[in-house]
Design a protein around this ligand. Sequence first.
Ligand SMILES: [Zn+2]
Length: 280
Amino acid sequence: MFPLYFIGFFVFIFGLCIGSFLNVVIYRLEKGEGFVGGRSYCPHCKHSLMWLDLIPVFSFLFLWGKCRYCGKKISVQYPMVEIATGLIFLLIFNFQFSWPVGASPQVLFNQFSIYQIINILFLWYIASSLIVIFVYDLKFYLILDSVLFPAIIITFLFRLLSSFFIGNWVLGIGNFILAALIASGFFLLIFLISRGAWMGFGDVKLAILLGLLLGFPNILAGLFLSFFFGAIIGLILMLLQKKGLKSEIPFAPFLIAGTLVSMFFGDRIINWYFNFFILP
Ligand SMILES: [Zn+2]
């Protein structure tokens, strides 16, 4: 018998490896290369990397954040994306499947239904897409349709599938479509009023995905958190004088951060809000 956290540990390691792959995807999307096949290489000296250079996080630490061949600095984006992916994968696994305290692995596997496994794989895929969109928008101020559109289609199909499983169209897909309309409608309004100055059209499209993911009323918590994070980071950047009032800050990273937090804690945030403000 191996302890339960053992499985969690492997999920985290698996997430680190996927994170390493996502870094490659981001780099190759930028260069317009295909991301299946071909060897990984240093972006500075183009020297192809050996397996020792490709171990998530550890290679970065052992090499002191520098390329073994040319000595140029490796971006901290690499280990950060890996660690973030590992943690988010672990969180998804944990939340999808809350550990019964002291349960044996046998109990664990009995509880795994096909639906739960599909759900976990679906959320891992969506989280990966969101991480790529997050980093890419942060770096290049561009939300990639090539990553966003497949995610929207798969999320829509997944909600359709869920409706069959649950046998309830309102809970299965209706409230998610409502959330998508509210979120994208809201951003479309901001986009039209400001003529694209406050919000890009990419954010309008991204909001469709986030609505389909969170549903109603979780989308409200997600949007609130996005603006909250945006305001805090914006203030910090202004205080550090990195950005002026009028400088552009990409919004997708905040939307994605708000969505991920709301995905895991949305129910609790909404309950807390109602208990705190609405009820005496
Ligand atoms: Zn190099």
